[in-house]
Structures are given as C-alpha cells and as structure tokens.
Design a protein around this ligand. Structure first.
Ligand code: PMP
Length: 286
C-alpha cells in the first residue's frame, strides 16, 4: 500500500507531492495541522478535529480554504484511495508561497496538504508495561493551544526523552504540569483522575476529551485543575493520551517508578473503556 497524498486539489503518491521553497510553512512554520485517527476506514471524532482546526486557523488569522463538508469528503476520499483500514490522516494548511517577508502576503493562496499512513498504535508490550518519560522544563511559546506546524520546541523536547532512552517528555512550566511533547498528560492520586485545564499552555487534545468522558461514564472522580510538579512525582499513576497513542500508562519518570511501576487499576479501566468505545462508535457509524 503506497502512502497516499492530496495537495492543492490533486491526489497523488506521497513521493510525488511538491511545494515551493518559498512556502511560508517551509520558511516560517506559518501553518497549522491536524492528525485524525481512522479506525475501520472511519475517521474518529472528525467534527471535533475540524473544530480544533478552525480554532487554530482563527488564531493565526488564516481563512479556512474549505467548508467542513469538503474536508469530510477529502478525508473519505483519501481513506478510500489508501485502501488500509486503520490510518492516520495528517492534514496541513500553510499561508502559501510568497516573497519572503514576515508580514502576511496580500495575495498568497493557502497550501492544502494531506497524507494517509497506517495508524501505529502502541503494541501490546507497551500497553502492558507502560512507557518511560523524562521531565523537562516547558520552554515553548504561550500559544500552545494552536496546533501549529512550528514544532521546533516540541522536537527539541522529545529528543531530550529519546536521548535518555525514554518515550516522552513530561513538561513543567513554573512548577506546574502542562502536557507532553506530543501528548496530554493525566495523573491519578488517591483514585482520583487529575487533568490540567485547557488553556493557552497546552493543546486541547481530542483524546483528552474522550478520556475525561470515559472517566465520568465509569464513575471515576475527575478534577480538572493545575497540577504541581510534586503531585506528579508522587502520583499513583501517570498516563499520556494522543490520537495515535490513544491512552498509555507512563510507568517510569526520570528513571524512577511511577506508583508500583506498572500500569495502574484506573489506567486499565479507562484503557479498556477506550477500546470498547472505539468499537462501539465504529459499529454505529457502519
Ligand atoms: N499535546 C500535543 C503537544 C500534541 O502534539 C498532541 C497530539 N499530537 C496532543 C497534545 C494530543 O492531542 P490529540 O489527542 O488531539 O491527538
């Protein structure tokens, strides 16, 4: 199965897609993106992803080049052309190609790019043993709610984890938990699920919402509030969530075990609920 792409109105193999070196995405990182998981050929929470895309576009003052119905059609087309069942759809819009100048160009046409690739969710071993994380100071800008393609800071932060042989960087700003380099982070203390509030310091994760909904449905007490670094270090459980990782336990932080060093009971409850929910939603959409 080849990787399938869409660029400015045309479907083509990924290795044939070309954009100008003057594209503001390349020159300035001036663009936004989404990653949409697809299960059994059906996009998961597509309206929510398109709403967040609109939030990102509004925040960078770029008009949405397509109405929601067209995005939905393009996503379905890309899925059909790819031919796989479980996919990750990457979608990016930049401010287009123009003479290099920081100020917005008057006449540039946005570049619209999408690609479909196989969805790589964590394997059984990771789910059963959990992920390793390191703590890093969050030195990103103050608009982390925008899903911007300017990901240099996130790349530097993730590399800190990789350099330490870990999977993810858990970020702290001024002594409080923000999120991961490419995930949201949850804490369990005394059986209660804690989540940082959605604000300008973190990306409002689509999976974050799913996790909180499932916790409420399963009767897990939830508190959305600022979480101090001490509370994270003394947590019984630590999790990450994202569209491609779903929900995953973090079992070591800076080389030390989280809780008893194994995925906890609340994690197992919500992870199972997530798998059941996915199957139910996909059946209903069929
Ligand atoms: N925070 C950051 C910085 C991310 O990059 C991501 C996803 N890639 C998330 C959180 C999780 O968001 P979602 O659940 O929508 O994938």
């Amino acid at each position: 199965m080849s990787e399938t792409a869409y660029l400015n109105g045309e479907f083509l193999p990924l290795d044939q897609a070309r954009v100008s070196v003057l594209d503001r995405g390349f020159i300035f990182g001036d663009g936004v993106y989404e990653v949409i998981p697809v299960y059994s050929r059906r996009p998961f929470r597509l309206p929510e992803h398109l709403r967040r895309l609109q939030h990102s576009l509004d925040a960078i003052r770029l008009a949405n080049p397509l109405p929601a119905a067209d995005w939905a059609r393009l996503v379905q087309d890309l899925i059909a052309r790819h031919g796989g069942d479980d996919l990750s759809i990457y979608l990016q819009i930049t401010r287009g190609a123009a003479k290099r100048d920081h100020a917005f160009p008057g006449d540039a046409k946005p570049t619209v790019f999408m690609m479909a690739s196989p969805l790589a969710t964590p394997d059984r071993e990771k789910i059963e043993h959990g992920a390793a994380a390191v703590s890093v100071a969050d030195f990103r800008w103050l608009r982390c709610d925008i899903k911007s393609v300017s990901l240099l800071a996130n790349c530097l932060l993730r590399q800190r984890a990789v350099d330490a042989g870990a999977d993810e960087a858990v970020l702290f700003r001024d002594g409080y938990l923000t999120e991961g380099s490419s995930s949201n982070i949850f804490v369990v203390r005394d059986g209660k699920l804690l989540a940082p509030p959605k604000d300008h310091l973190m990306l409002p994760g689509i999976t974050y919402d799913v996790v909180l909904e499932l916790a409420a449905a399963k009767g897990v007490a939830v508190e959305v509030r600022e979480i101090s670094e001490d509370e994270v270090r003394g947590a019984g459980e630590l999790w990450l969530s994202s569209s491609t990782k779903e929900v995953l336990a973090i079992t070591t932080l800076d080389g030390r075990p989280v809780g008893d060093g194994r995925p906890g009971a609340v994690f197992r409850l919500i992870h199972q609920a997530f798998q059941d929910f996915k199957r139910r939603v996909m059946r209903q959409a069929a």
